[in-house]
Design a binder for this molecule. Structure first.
Ligand code: SIN
Length: 493
């Protein structure tokens, strides 16, 4: 399957409402390769961030049976260029938007070779865009998101979004829009978020219902509600109120932003799009049988994530099947919990602990691990590092003072040579220039303010007042000092 290509020159030049679809070629099930389409309004300001929307379909692009119908619709119907056109002219006030129509189908229809192509399409878009918004169906959006988070080799913002209600019920995206559809707002706010650059180095984030979540942790919690996405253990990263993007948490990988440690080893350009082996999820339950595990192993499945009860437990029968599959077919297992939250530890040999990764997220990491290594110990390391990034500032305890550190003394510039009119008082008894009580000519009010410990850049009015007072005091002291010297020399009686 061909990947989506971008030819940005043509689209950058265009400033009309919709330039139009340049090329469309159906390649494989539901995947479309297109040239990018610029979607911009006339008279927009220049020098805006350039954001590429890579569209894959879902309810966001869905056509409903009626304007009041939220559950009866066909996902992936309207082209993204039409959806972005509905956001005009508002979106052009803050972003220069281009569209890559990667596909147009439900989220569940995508294969891992297509996931591979999606990563390449996003990386291609990020070469000269400032950020990318990926649109997908919400059903497996969390898997799309974590895949992109683990594979895209760029620190620029990647935002994934979709909708819980279809866009419209008419023949076009602007005709008979669904009452209360969340699609336009989700798309607009996601473009705003990407344009803001506030999630630079965050990896992929999910933005929906005005909330921002980390790809690793977010999950769909409700089949129909607009507030379906949640991050159970850590909470969301932030939110978007109107035009205000508020980010007050960060994924731990942001600490590596300034180094290459930020990147994962999963550079997809190093493997073929068919490199991804089958990995399945076993859902444990009371007295569960182990036949599915045995059958998967016999069918050539390379990995199984167990969604165990509590802290990862599986039934006796499932445990026996796991032991046999690991021993006889070399299947790798990752232990997780079906509770939806919390960690699983332990495991040895072909059994890797999934930490607090949800089963569907652990499956994504296991697929990538199996594609990139044949060494289960390497995979175990990836699960405990890439799969479980944490903040740890303990190393700073040895190098950073825990209490306030004295500010360095302000440097005072030497006083300039006195002018001839002042030289009458120059003599052996004069104080050295450096001890002059008068600010030097170069000590402008700003320089004085900078030397005052209690003033900062946040209160310029107060700072100017303090500087003025300091200057006036200096002038008075200098005048008194000169009078004293003159008196000492008998010039004043
Ligand atoms: C899908 O995942 O494609 C359908 C559901 C949705 O987009 O919300």
């Amino acid at each position: 399957m061909a990947t989506a290509h971008r030819t940005s020159a043509a689209s950058r030049l265009s400033r009309r409402l919709v330039v139009g679809l340049i090329a469309t070629a159906l390649v494989g099930a539901g995947t479309i390769a297109t040239a990018p389409v610029a979607v911009a309004a006339a008279d927009e300001p220049a020098d805006k961030p350039k954001i590429v929307v890579v569209a894959t379909g879902g309810t966001l692009a869905g056509k409903a049976a009626g304007r009041d119908t939220y559950t009866n619709y066909r996902a992936g119907t309207y082209p993204m260029s039409d959806l972005v056109a509905v956001l005009q002219p508002e979106v052009s006030a803050f972003a220069d938007v281009e569209v890559v129509q990667f596909g147009n189908s439900g989220s569940g229809g995508y294969t891992f070779p297509q996931y591979h192509d999606l990563t390449i399409a996003v990386e291609d878009a990020l070469r000269d865009a400032d950020g990318v918004v990926v649109t997908t169906g919400t059903d497996t959006m969390e898997e799309f998101a974590y895949w992109l988070d683990l594979t895209v080799q760029s620190k620029k913002p990647v935002v994934i979004t979709g909708a819980m209600r279809p866009w419209a019920a008419g023949d076009t995206a602007s005709d008979s829009m669904v009452l209360g559809t969340d699609g336009p707002a989700n798309l607009l706010q996601s473009i705003r978020l990407a344009a803001s650059q506030e999630t630079f180095c965050f990896g992929t984030v999910l933005s929906l219902n005005d909330e921002v979540h980390a790809a690793r942790d977010v999950t769909k919690t409700n089949s129909t509600r607009n507030d379906t996405f949640a991050t159970r253990l850590s909470g969301m990263l932030g939110w978007i109120d109107g035009s205000d993007v508020v980010i007050n948490r960060a994924p731990a990988r942001v600490l590596d932003c300034e180094t290459n440690d930020w990147f994962t080893p999963f550079d997809l350009r190093a493997v073929s799009r068919d490199a991804y082996p089958r990995v399945e999820i076993f859902y444990n339950a009371q007295a569960a049988g182990g036949e599915s595990i045995s059958a998967w192993a016999a069918a050539g499945v390379k990995g199984v994530v167990t969604a165990g009860t509590g802290a990862g437990g599986i039934s006796g029968a499932a445990g026996q099947a796991r032991t046999a599959a690991a021993r006889d077919q070399g299947v790798w297992f990752v232990s997780t919990t079906r509770t939806g939250s919390g960690s699983v530890s332990g495991g040895s040999g072909n059994i890797i602990p999934g930490g607090d990764l949800l089963p569907q997220k652990a499956r994504i990491l296991l697929i990538l691990s199996r594609a990139f290594t044949g060494d289960v110990e390497q995979a175990r390391t990836w699960f405990s590092t890439l799969g479980a990034p944490t903040f740890d500032s303990s190393a700073l305890a040895d190098v950073v003072s825990p209490t306030p550190v004295a500010e360095p003394e302000p440097t005072v510039e030497p006083t300039p040579e006195p002018s001839p009119s002042e030289s009458a008082g120059t003599g052996a008894g004069d104080p050295p220039a450096s001890a002059s009580p008068v600010p030097s000519a170069s000590e402008t009010p700003a320089a004085v303010v900078g030397a005052l410990p209690f003033t900062g850049g946040g209160a310029p009015g107060l700072a100017a007042l303090v500087a003025g007072l300091a200057l006036a005091l200096g002038v008075v002291l200098y005048w008194q000092h000169q009078r004293r010297l003159s008196a000492q020399r008998g010039l004043i009686h």
